[in-house]
Design a binder for this molecule. Structure first.
Ligand code: UD1
Ligand code: PEP
Length: 441
């Protein structure tokens, strides 16, 4: 098993390029199976474990998928199988995003239920309610959810109880091929929803209002393949913003889009971090000591839950008491215990974490509990005294391309090794003897 070894104390400087967004490319690859003619050509596709997994889901359905040089070419024009087994869904919950496209195109889908994961229970009830409103029959049993509709789905008026990203995407994809108009209210407004809608419209769909709380979809009979470049990953960009701030460095983040990261930028500025718009990206510097702030995670345009653990690392290095409140997922604080192993002064109170800063962070062996926790622990390691070893990197690989390599190119003292390599070097890691990190994050 790989681990990342980071020795704290280096300031990070230079340029780093952000990849295409994981949370945009996954629904877009799922949407590509709506095309009954032509190929889809997706560019700026990141080489992430999750992308390989969703490509496998499609291949398993008999779609043709080629992926090289950040370009994914998908031909789903043949007859597809309408199933996604548990072996894929357990690796990546976003596999459930094939439900809407399969149901809309074939009137049938049978996909393993995703179950809970390290950050919460994560039900899909809102996805299913939306499909039912469009006339589908839903059967849940034996660990699978099976959807059926007689003839085409029917456009419907759907109100989402919470602005779920996945439910908005799944219903949007299903409605694209439904008969008549669907009006979806209280939708998620994330930039990734807008990217999906743009791709669907290139495929021949009629979607308006993506990015606002009401989306209108006039269903069409057929969709075709399309070309599309994936938007930059605002969470990867935010993670490098924290890397600059935590080390007091100066990083130009190529491809970062300020519009997509307003809530994160505003909090960083409140903490004394400087964020400047430059041609083609954002420059982050932190010339002054960091100030404590309070953060509450919310659906977009509120502060993203996917930046919560990275910001916690930064708060650990800020002067004063910070409070971080997680309202999106009920259990996204598993990294707090790992931070404590690094001497972090934190305590959990209900859905909030109180951080007394600055902590005198010390290197330790820590385990990533989800993909953002993995990044956050590495960020803390950049400033901790001594050596930090981060394990359970399967989580990191779901969402970051060559994270250690990119940090090293900015001047970090960091390397990724396999456990055996470390033993050869005569620096045995501590084997904690238990490994509770679940498959999903
Ligand atoms: C692949 C992808 O894009 N993942 C993102 C997506 O996940 P995902 O689409 O799973 O997140 P949702 O927006 O659906 O979840 C938000 C909240 O709604 C709840 N909920 C959701 C659906 C449902 O049917 N019923 C229900 O109760 C969830 O349990 C959670 O508490 O948005 C999250 C919130 O920004 C991000 O953290 C994830 O990185
Ligand atoms: C929680 C995340 O992703 P997923 O929904 O794919 O688990 C994330 O990207 O931080």
């Amino acid at each position: 098993m790989d681990k990342i070894i980071v020795r704290g104390g280096r300031q990070l400087n230079g340029t780093v390029k952000v990849e295409g967004a994981k949370n945009a490319v996954l629904p877009i690859i799922a949407a590509s199976i709506l095309a009954s003619e032509g190929k889809s050509v997706l560019t700026d596709v990141p080489e992430l474990a999750d992308v390989y997994t969703i490509n496998e889901v499609l291949r398993n359905m008999d779609a043709e998928v080629e992926f090289a040089d950040n370009t994914c070419v998908i031909d789903a024009s043949g007859q597809l199988k309408t199933e996604a087994p548990f072996e894929y869904v357990r690796k990546m919950r976003a596999s459930v995003l094939v439900l809407g496209p399969l149901l809309a195109r074939y009137g049938h889908a049978n996909v393993a239920m995703p179950g809970g994961c390290a950050i919460g229970t994560r039900p899909i009830d809102l996805h299913l309610k939306g499909f039912e409103a469009m006339g589908a029959k839903v059967h849940v049993g034996n660990g699978f959810v099976e959807l059926e509709s007689e003839g085409r789905l029917k456009g419907a008026k759907i109100y989402l109880d919470v602005p779920s990203v996945g439910a908005t995407e799944n219903i949007l994809m299903a409605a694209a091929l439904a008969e008549g108009q669907t009006v979806m209210e209280n939708c998620a407004k994330e930039p990734e929803i807008v990217d999906l809608a743009n791709f669907l419209n290139k495929m021949g769909a009629k979607v308006v209002g993506a990015g606002t709380e009401t989306i209108r979809i006039d269903g069409v009979e057929k969709l075709h393949g399309a070309e599309h470049a994936i938007i930059p990953d605002r969470i990867e960009a935010g993670t490098f913003m924290v890397a600059a701030a935590i080390t007091g460095g100066n990083i130009f983040i190529e491809n970062a889009i300020a519009e997509h990261s307003r809530s994160v930028i505003s909090k960083l500025e409140e903490m004394n971090v400087k964020v400047q718009n430059e041609n083609g990206g954002l420059r982050i510097t932190a010339p002054e000591p960091l100030k404590a702030v309070d953060i509450k995670t919310l659906p977009h345009p509120g502060f993203p839950t996917d930046m919560q653990s990275q910001m916690m690392a930064l708060m650990l290095c800020s002067k004063g008491t910070s409070v971080i409140t997680e309202t999106v997922f009920e259990n996204r604080f598993m990294h707090v215990e790992e931070f404590r192993r690094m001497n972090a002064k934190t305590r959990i109170e209900g859905r909030s974490v109180i951080i007394e800063g600055p902590s005198d962070l010390q290197g330790a062996e820590v385990a990533a509990t989800d993909l953002r926790a993995a990044a956050a622990l590495i960020l803390a390691g950049l400033v901790a005294d001594g050596v930090t070893r981060v394990t359970e990197l399967k989580h990191l690989d779901r969402g970051y391309v060559d994270f250690a390599g990119k940090l090293a190119s900015l001047g970090a003292d960091i390397e990724r090794i396999s456990e055996n390599e470390e033993e050869v070097e005569g620096k045995p890691g501590i084997d904690v003897g238990f490994n509770i990190a679940p498959e999903l994050s």
